[in-house]
Structure formats: structure tokens, C-alpha cells
Design a protein around this ligand. Structure first.
Ligand code: AMP
Length: 398
């Protein structure tokens, strides 16, 4: 079985074709600048790369070009489109409308469009545009929606509720949904595999630390809490996102800066986080370089990030009543040893015995252990693979 995984943004579209027998990536690539001058597709297959430059005014043309690349004489990996058994589409927000991976029908598409767009106005409309383009080009191929939020659906009510009027939660669905669910699911399962234990015997805190960051408590294989909230603005401070902030401070800031509601949320999403604190960059490589050259605001941004992440680890150990394993993943989690060290520093009381030499070893793209052999709590670096989870979920649904 071959599954095409599609992750569509407003002007971009990333894809992977995965063979489910071996879980090998047969082909992958990305379209950039859809609807903008200079659109291009970078496609890989058969160990080669090819760049297609052509006008792609919309997602339909982009998908058509992806299918052409998949069947290309040089980099192609399939003979005809019929070899694609299903398409798994990544969807950021589900609200309470979708609890698990869902096969697309006209009703499902309607619900996606009518109910979920306002929950993720940047992401869901773009994903729906990509999905509709796939349906147009491959009308007979089954399509699945795989939600970033599904893995968090096991959170108990006490974890996902906000302290607002219950009637308002019921009426508007305002509660914690979380994000990066496919990543948290993947790395928690990989951790169990690596440790040679059944997932239902483990209490794991997964730290997905990237441009967007979230931390989850995974107890017995199920998510019981997560740091992101109603939207991916909540939790720790991120590249440009503020993370958690007192709602009254938001209103105060808006008044002082003369911003309306929408602009205030944009400000908190795009101008804050470590970029706003440092005044230098949202990229942790720049922050580390800044800290090394004596920039105090870069040092503060890094300190805040590690401190806030550490607090979630502690809180989730308390929530689960114990801790067996901490996992670091995503761009920062996989590649930035100083952040991992700062997060784990002082967690000895929980049973973490950190191995600095192992932590400093270069990331080789495999699972590696950065806790001492006799550490009660294992600390692991695990490369995430969200596309593989989307493909697995799609295959399972079929
Ligand atoms: P992501 O959103 O998962 O792609 O992560 C982006 C973040 O990861 C940025 O802050 C980068 O600085 C950081 N990052 C990505 N790759 C590396 C790397 N090779 N070395 C250090 N940091 C990296």
C-alpha cells in the first residue's frame, strides 16, 4: 500500500509518498509560492532531486505537478496515479467536531469548512484548499483527515477545561485542544520501543521543541495533558509566540498599543516569544550565538525557554504521579544540547541523572540516550516523524 501524505499551507504544499509495507519514503518534496510569482516544486525520488519552476496559481495546479513528478521518467517512483492507495491530509485544528482520523465525505468536508476554520484561520482553510485540490485531481482515491489534535483527545476534562463559565465552554467549545499530536504520539511510541517496554507501563513527558513548542504528559500511552491550548499560542514562549500570559495583561497591552482584538492576537503570535525578548531572532542558533557573544537579552530568552519547559516537566510528573522518561524532539529538541541540558538541570530530585558527554554528541538522526546508565528517569532524543504517523493513521483507517 502506498500513501501520499499532504501538508498544505496557504502558499505551500509538502508531500511524501510512503510505502506502508516497509514504511520507506519513496518520494518527497515541497511546492513553494503557490499563487505567488516564482512558484516552484522541489521534488526528490530515486535518490535524485529535480526542481520544477512553473506558474502555480492555485493548489490544484500544484497537486497536478506533484503527481507528474511522482510519475517522472527520471525521479518518478510510480507508473500511474492508481498506485496511490490513499491520501492523508494533515489538519491542525479539529475543535470537538473530529476526535480521530476521519475519511473525507462531502459532509465531513462541509463540517471542516463551516466549523473549524475559525479555530485555525491560518492553517485549516489552507489545508482544505489543498484537500479539495487533491479530490479534484484524484476523485476516486480515499482521502483521510489526520488531526494534530487527535492524540490529545484522551485528556481528562479536568485537564482540558479552562476556568470559564461552563455554559460558554458548551456553547463555544472554548477549551484546550493541544497541537503537535502526531509528533507527541510518534516519539512516545518510539520511546517505549527503545526502552523495550509496553507503552502502558510508562509515564513520559514529551517535549516537542521547535519554532512552535509544546510539552505533553503521556501516561500509559495516552495523552493526559499538554501545554498548548485552544490554539497553538499557549504554553511555553516560542520563536515568535508569547506562550501563556495573563489575559488582563493582554487587554492592558492592547489598550496601551492601540490594537484591536485581531491585531493583538497577531502581535502575540508574531512579534513576541524569544524573538521579542531578544530583539535578535526567533532562531535558537542565532540566540545561542548572541548569548556567546555576551548579548544579555539572548541569554534571557534562552533562560526563559528552558525554565518554562522545565516547569512543564515538573508539573506533568506531578500530574502523572511519577516519571519514567523525558523525550526531546523537533528542531530545537533534536539539535540544541544546551537547551536540553538547561531543561534537565535541577531535575535530579525527580530521578534524572544527566549524561553531559552523551548530550553533547552530534545528532546523527537516530534515537539517543542522554541520561546516565543508572538514571531512574531515562532522557532520550528522538527524531520526530509526523508524516509517518499521518501515513500510518491513514492506512489504519482504510
Ligand atoms: P522546527 O520548527 O522543528 O523546524 O524547529 C526550528 C528551530 O529549531 C529553530 O529555532 C532552529 O534554530 C532550531 N534548529 C533547527 N535545526 C537546527 C540545528 N541543526 N541546530 C540547531 N538548531 C536547530
Amino acid at each position: 500500500m502506498k500513501i501520499l501524505v499532504v501538508n498544505a499551507g496557504s502558499s505551500s504544499l509538502k508531500y511524501q509518498l510512503i510505502d506502508m509495507q516497509t514504511e520507506a519514503v519513496l518520494a518527497k518534496g515541497g511546492v513553494e509560492r503557490i499563487g505567488i510569482a516564482g512558484s516552484l516544486l522541489k521534488a526528490k525520488g530515486n535518490g535524485k532531486e529535480k526542481v520544477y519552476t512553473q506558474d502555480m496559481p492555485n493548489h490544484k495546479i500544484a497537486i497536478e505537478l506533484v503527481l507528474k513528478a511522482l510519475q517522472d521518467g527520471e525521479i518518478g517512483v510510480i507508473k500511474s496515479m492508481d498506485e496511490i492507495d490513499a491520501v492523508g491530509n494533515r489538519i491542525v485544528a479539529s475543535g470537538e467536531y473530529f476526535k480521530k482520523t476521519t475519511l473525507v465525505t462531502p459532509e465531513v468536508l462541509k463540517t471542516l469548512e463551516e466549523k473549524t476554520f475559525e479555530l485555525a484561520p491560518l492553517h485549516n482553510p489552507a489545508a482544505a484548499t489543498g484537500l479539495k485540490a487533491c479530490i479534484e485531481v484524484m476523485p476516486k482515491t480515499p482521502m483521510a483527515l489526520v488531526f494534530d489534535t487527535s492524540f490529545h483527545q484522551t485528556m481528562p476534562e479536568k485537564a482540558y477545561m479552562y476556568g470559564i463559565k461552563y455554559e460558554d465552554y458548551k456553547e463555544y467549545g472554548v477549551r484546550k485542544y493541544g497541537a503537535h499530536g502526531t509528533s507527541h504520539k510518534f516519539v512516545s511510541q518510539e520511546a517505549a520501543k527503545y526502552l523495550g517496554k509496553q507503552p502502558d507501563k510508562l509515564k513520559i513527558v514529551t517535549c516537542h521543541l521547535g519554532n512552535g513548542s509544546s510539552i505533553s504528559a503521556v501516561d500509559c500511552g495516552k495523552c493526559v495533558d499538554t501545554s498548548m491550548g485552544f490554539t497553538p499560542l499557549a504554553g511555553v514562549l516560542m520563536g515568535t509566540r508569547s506562550g501563556d500570559i495573563d489575559a488582563s495583561a493582554v487587554e492592558f497591552l492592547a489598550r496601551k498599543k492601540g490594537l484591536n482584538h485581531a491585531d493583538t492576537v497577531t502581535y502575540l503570535n508574531k512579534q513576541c516569544g524569544v524573538a521579542g525578548i531578544s530583539g535578535v531572532s526567533s532562531d535558537f542558533r542565532d540566540l545561542i550565538a548572541g548569548e556567546e557573544s555576551g548579548n544579555e537579552r539572548c541569554a534571557l530568552a534562552l533562560d526563559m525557554f528552558a525554565y518554562q519547559t522545565k516547569k512543564f516537566v515538573g508539573a506533568y510528573a506531578a500530574a502523572m504521579g511519577g516519571l519514567d522518561c523525558i523525550v526531546f524532539t523537533a528542531g530545537i529538541g533534536e539539535n540544541t544540547p544546551t537547551v536540553r541540558e538547561d531543561v534537565c538541570e535541577g531535575l535530579e530530585f525527580l530521578g534524572v541523572k544527566f549524561d553531559k558527554a552523551a548530550n553533547d554528541r552530534k545528532n546523527d538522526g537516530t534515537v539517543h540516550e542522554i541520561s546516565a546508565k543508572d538514571s531512574k528517569v531515562k532522557v532520550l532524543v528522538i527524531p520526530t516523524n509526523e508524516e509517518l504517523v499521518i501515513a500510518r493513521e491513514t492506512a489504519e483507517l482504510l
